[in-house]
Design a protein around this ligand. Structure first.
Ligand code: ADP
Length: 428
């Protein structure tokens, strides 16, 4: 087993596409790290560079203490599992699982042709490894079958088994569950986690599915445009997203975002929803509008029509120098409640669509300014009496809200002070 270390690793494909941009990432021995992000963000390229299937344009890749940039894939002591299982169709499950090991042992087997006893013991060793992996994955009863006689889930387990028997320093998984149906994905995911808990082999796993990332990873590495945005535990990523991109990517349904401005109204710091009209400093000439729109330095379209939310005390220091500026409020769907709760602030919205999910329901709504809002609430209680096309009061849990700088990757301003604003990949 081994740690994997990437230092300023960059990949520029012929034609100039910069798929991976100077990423730094240290994966500890035994760690399960998930690279997650939207299609095209550079996750597969990163994995393939670790595997040796793509050459890094610059930077250093280490597996254990060894720099592997120039080491061919077969000598990197890694095992890779892909989305398409790539099993040999003419071989049985047993042969598929044993094949890699047999190849590796071939020199030993050939040199011992004259010593059948020793050759037999090598073969026995291989058989024992296959048996152990098959038991772990509960595919022992399938060892004599050919791949075409297996379901998709069983084939993927064979592919995982083939990787396990090689006892590599690291496992690399590239979207291994994408070809499975929803239910099978969930069960196979749990199996992969169980296998990792038993073997503790260093693992790098690529997926575009945030739920898979949350459930599998010791650590999640969220990527966008070839850059690591955050590398953290699943809970820290969910609770303390570093920027708006991570906040919106992790969590389902995604976080609600509202453009607006921070103001002081009646001595209180208040967020006012609204689109920016201009970035003029100070009130326009002859302005006679209420304090809320005039004194803050920027103008909003339809001032006074958006909802207002009192900024909780815990955030006021951190946001003090943002008063009068554009800001983005982030609220997760599960932090909007129909019932009143402690430390909350009510906002009025129009309910359009109700999606029942069994125990919970998703409410699709819009604000006065037509900003979309999704809430995930328990299906019982007040929710049971809701109808579409009606006005609803939502209670925002003020303990859970976030504020971001404007822009797709605007920094999270509500994280505790002392939070670094260095580029994320410098901290990964
Ligand atoms: P992901 O795995 O996150 O979907 P990839 O690593 O596959 O992303 O791709 C990252 C970027 O590199 C994308 O813009 C993609 O189009 C580009 N890319 C991937 N492979 C190649 C290639 N062989 N040649 C040129 N561009 C590529």
């Amino acid at each position: 087993m081994a740690h994997v270390h990437l230092e300023k690793v960059t990949k520029v494909y012929p034609g100039g596409v910069k798929a991976v941009d100077a990423i730094d990432l240290s994966i500890a021995d035994r760690e399960f790290v998930v690279l997650v992000g939207p299609s095209g963000c550079g996750k597969s390229t990163t994995l393939r560079m670790v595997a040796g299937l793509e050459e890094a344009t610059s930077g250093v890749i280490k597996i254990g203490e060894r720099v592997v940039n120039d080491v061919p894939p077969k000598d990197r002591d890694i095992a890779m599992v892909f989305q398409n299982y790539a099993l040999y169709p003419h071989m049985t499950v047993y042969q598929n699982m044993a094949f890699g090991l047999t190849l590796r042992e071939m020199p030993g087997l050939l040199s011992r042709l004259l010593h059948p006893g020793e050759a037999r013991s090598i073969k026995k060793g291989i058989a024992a490894k296959v048996k152990r992996a098959a038991e772990m994955l509960e595919i022992s009863h399938l060892l004599d079958r050919k791949p075409k006689a297996l379901s998709g889930g069983q084939r993927q387990r064979v592919a995982v088994g083939r990787a396990i028997v090689r006892e590599p320093a690291a496992f690399l998984f590239d979207e291994p569950l994408s070809n499975l149906d929803a239910k099978l994905r969930v069960t196979t995911r749990a199996e992969l986690k169980r296998v990792h808990q038993r073997l503790r082999t260093t693992t790098i796993y690529v997926t575009h599915d945030q739920e898979e990332a949350m459930t599998l990873g010791d650590r999640i590495v969220a990527m966008k445009d070839g850059v690591i945005q955050q590398a953290d535990t699943p809970l820290a990523t969910y609770n303390q997203p570093r920027n708006r991109f991570v906040a919106g990517f992790i969590g389902m349904p995604p976080m609600n975002f509202f453009e607006g401005a921070l103001r002081i109204i009646g001595g209180e710091m208040v967020f006012e929803e609204g689109k920016l009209l201009s970035n003029k400093v100070g009130p326009p000439d002859g302005d006679s509008r209420p304090e809320s729109t005039a004194q803050a330095g920027i103008e909003l379209t339809l001032p006074g029509k958006g909802f207002r939310l009192v900024v909780p005390m815990r955030l006021r220091d951190a946001l003090a120098d943002r008063v009068g500026q554009r800001i983005v409020l982030g609220i997760r769907p599960e932090h909007l409640h129909l019932e009143a709760i402690v430390e909350s602030c009510p906002i009025e919205v129009k309910l359009n669509v109700i999606e029942p999910l069994g125990n919970d329901m998703d409410l699709y709504m819009e604000t006065n300014l037509n900003d979309r809002v999704v809430a995930r609430v328990e299906a019982s209680g007040r929710a049971a009496g809701l109808r579409g096309d009606s006005q609803v009061i939502l209670n925002v849990d003020l303990r859970k809200i976030h504020f971001f700088e404007p822009g797709d990757t605007g920094m999270n301003l509500s994280l505790s002070s002392g939070f670094s604003s260095e580029p994320a990949h410098a901290l990964a």
